[in-house]
Ligand binder design. Structure first.
Ligand code: PMP
Length: 677
């Protein structure tokens, strides 16, 4: 019989690109694997099976230059690749080795082959169950069986993982080599950067050789455990179960503190171990992950940025035109003037506008203007206003100062302690707190900065009272409409309550996904911009204003705020209905198009995670909140509610008889701000 080792290897691996081309001293990982295998006494051939993706051209050049035989085939259908490689190299028995095993040991390989021969089976391995350290994986398969499964197996996962069908179906004659002690918790494989650190350190202990055995590595482990620490946290074989997005996120967390630039988009906020994390494409309310799986976004719709849906054709066209014509020059873009005129026209109390590109930034602009205008320092706040020093300084003397304002647990580290006391929080609808602040800080409050409405409606003339006390005390009233803007009126939600500020701030939905934020205000206040210095290069680019102008035009034409409010009202009433049908006590909050719910259950966060987990399986991005968009068609909402109803039903049963923790496939989602390690 002709025994051929076929090593599957590609350079495009998500968790560690180019891993087989990484060098340990002067040899690449793929050379090391082939040379280690060459010590086998039973192998008749060694072939690398790589992909026909042009990304692997470099790998093929290297293999050619080293006279290592190789085969190129399908990237995803690895089973087909093995079958074709086996055919081309006349393999009667295939020894499957993967490119993540730079410590593969030819003696282990030979022992698996010997058992395959002795027991006359069609499949023999040392991984079913695994008892050897991860990284010595060897599978021996008869060509006959490979041919059979290649024609039989239809599932993508089984085709990608080649032998899972053999192991799981239990239909074939198989055997296994086991080690006398279970060492499968040792991780000597190469999937991630930290694995490479461990492998490099192991090799550094054998400076004169590439060809030490696995027992030598084990002895090293007994005496030098610290060498093996760097990758211990990685779960063995987790890669097979992980989607491409999760793999990429594990890479991201090592090089991007926090993993993502926005807390609300961290996978931990939804489904810590199973959230697809990245998108390849988004259109309407549909989002495709990196594995081309499609989901309906019935969650935060880009954190409220996309009222008109993702990749809106008209907005994209306006932006494309801007790109074609150039988005920056030494001259300014006229669009910013038109946008200022439009926003002022929509808000007749305002006379002037300034632009930035993010919500936190424009909040800082407004605070600076208010302080410059009043020549006072302190700010009274109610709500979330971004990440900047001025806002976070609220928490300097009281770490829980911001707990009632969207994000609990924010650390003011890095914010100068001298800002202590400069920002004072008050709770929504608690006018007496604001009165107290103003009384205790006579003539020191420059601005009251607040979200007009977030979770609850204003009560007992709250907004009117705030307006009055601001006017009486010569305090600038700033409404932060980053999130509430355009969701219930054409412009600020303050138009609905007929209470008018001195300045208002917009962001999020203004550009329907393109970066643009705005501060509008009364002339005398806004002119104080010139008494200080507020200026930034990219506030002049054209994409943001071009996108905003088109977005406003479409919104006005469609009356999108009415559409999303109606959708939101319907969704909220359906949440109440299905909760009642399943005997669950539900609490709703937020304006209709930014609605959220919670259910009165112990360990609610775990249940919330369960909802996300189960809805994801059904093709919905969902949590306990829904930011409605015009792209949420009725049929999508209907199906969403239908699935959610089934999950509410499961929740009822689990709460009655089970432990929710047993129903989670991974960790519980994060609540407020949590540091990621
Ligand atoms: N203000 C409000 C009311 C917000 O909701 C947000 C974002 N959640 C911000 C400011 C900050 O905006 P950005 O994340 O764009 O900096």
């Amino acid at each position: 019989m002709r025994f051929v080792a076929i090593i599957q290897a590609r350079t495009g691996s998500t968790r560690l690109p180019n891993k087989v081309l990484k060098k340990i001293r002067e040899k690449t990982v793929i050379e090391i694997i082939t040379e280690r295998l060459a010590f086998s006494k039973l192998l008749d051939g060694i072939v690398v099976a790589t992909t026909d993706n042009p990304l692997d051209d470099g790998l093929c050049d290297l293999l050619s230059s080293k006279s290592i035989p190789f085969f190129r085939g399908s990237e995803k259908d690895v089973l087909e690749r093995y079958y074709q490689a086996a055919l081309e190299f006349n393999a009667e028995v295939i020894i499957r080795i993967t490119g993540d095993c730079p410590l593969i040991d030819s003696e282990v390989v030979d022992s698996v082959i010997r058992k395959f021969i002795d027991e006359k089976v069609d499949y023999c391995s040392n991984i079913n169950p695994p008892t050897f350290p991860d990284g010595l994986d060897t599978e021996v398969i008869s060509f006959k069986l490979l041919e059979k499964i290649n024609s039989l197996v239809t599932d993508d996962y089984d085709r990608e993982h080649v032998t899972t069908y053999i192991r799981n179906s239990k239909r074939f004659s198989t055997s296994v080599i086991t080690n006398n002690i279970d060492l499968s918790n040792l991780r000597w494989t190469l999937d991630e950067v930290d694995d490479f650190k461990v492998i490099e350190r192991i090799y550094s202990k054998f400076p004169n050789s590439y060809f030490f055995g696995w027992k030598d590595v084990l002895s090293l482990y007994e005496t030098n455990k610290e060498i093996f620490l760097a990758n211990q946290y990685i779960v063995n074989n987790s890669g097979a179960r992980m989607g491409t997005g999760q793999k990429l996120y594990s890479r991201a967390k090592k090089i991007i503190p926090g993993g993502s630039m926005l807390l609300s988009k961290r996978p931990e906020m939804f489904l810590p171990d199973n959230w697809p994390a990245y998108f390849k494409k988004a259109k309407g309310c549909e989002v495709w992950d990196l594995d081309d799986k499609k989901y309906y976004d019935t969650s935060i719709m880009g954190v409220g940025t996309n009222i008109l849906g993702y990749a809106n054709d008209e907005v994209n066209e306006a932006v494309t035109k801007a790109l074609r014509d150039g988005v920056s020059s030494t001259f300014n873009c006229p669009d910013e003037v038109f946008l200022a005129e439009k926003l002022i026209d929509m808000h007749p109390w305002a006379d002037m506008a300034r632009f930035a590109r993010s919500g936190g930034e424009i909040n800082s602009v407004a605070v600076r203007i208010a302080r410059a205008h009043t020549k006072k320092d302190k700010i009274a706040i109610c709500g979330y206003h971004g990440w900047h020093d001025w806002y976070l300084s609220t928490n300097i003397n009281n770490k829980s100062g911001l707990n009632k304002h969207l994000l609990p647990g924010l650390e003011p580290l890095g914010v100068p302690k001298s800002l202590e006391g400069s920002v004072i929080p008050f709770e929504y609808n608690k006018f007496e707190q604001l009165e107290e602040i103003i009384k205790n800080n006579k003539n020191k409050i420059a601005a009251i900065k607040m979200e007009v409405v977030r979770n609850f409606e204003p009560q007992n003339g709250f907004l009117e009272a705030v307006r009055e006390i601001a006017t009486e005390n010569n305090i600038i009233l700033i409404f932060d409409e980053c999130t509430s803007g355009f969701r219930e009126t054409f412009g600020g939600i303050h138009k609905k309550y007929k209470v008018y500020p001195d300045m208002a701030i917009f962001g999020k939905a203004l550009g329907n996904g393109f970066a643009i934020s705005a501060c509008i205000g009364k002339r005398d206040v806004m002119e104080s911009t010139q008494k200080t210095f507020i200026s930034s290069t990219f506030w002049t680019e054209k994409v943001g204003p071009a996108a905003a102008l088109k977005t406003l035009e479409i919104m006005e034409r469609m009356k999108s705020w009415e559409i999303i409010t109606n959708k939101g009202k319907f969704i909220a009433s359906e949440w109440s209905r299905i909760a009642q049908e399943n005997n669950l006590d539900i609490n709703l909050s937020g304006i209709p198009s930014l609605k959220s719910f919670s259910i009165s259950l112990d360990n609610w966060l775990a249940y919330k995670t369960f909802i996300t987990q189960e809805m994801l399986k059904e093709g919905f991005l969902a949590s306990n909140l829904l930011y409605s968009s015009v792209s949420h068609e009725d049929i999508i909402i209907k199906n969403y509610i239908k699935k959610l109803n089934q999950i509410f039903n499961q929740i009822r049963t689990i709460n009655d008889k089970g432990d929710i923790m047993n129903f989670l496939d991974g960790g519980v989602c994060h609540g407020g701000f949590q540091r990621l390690n």
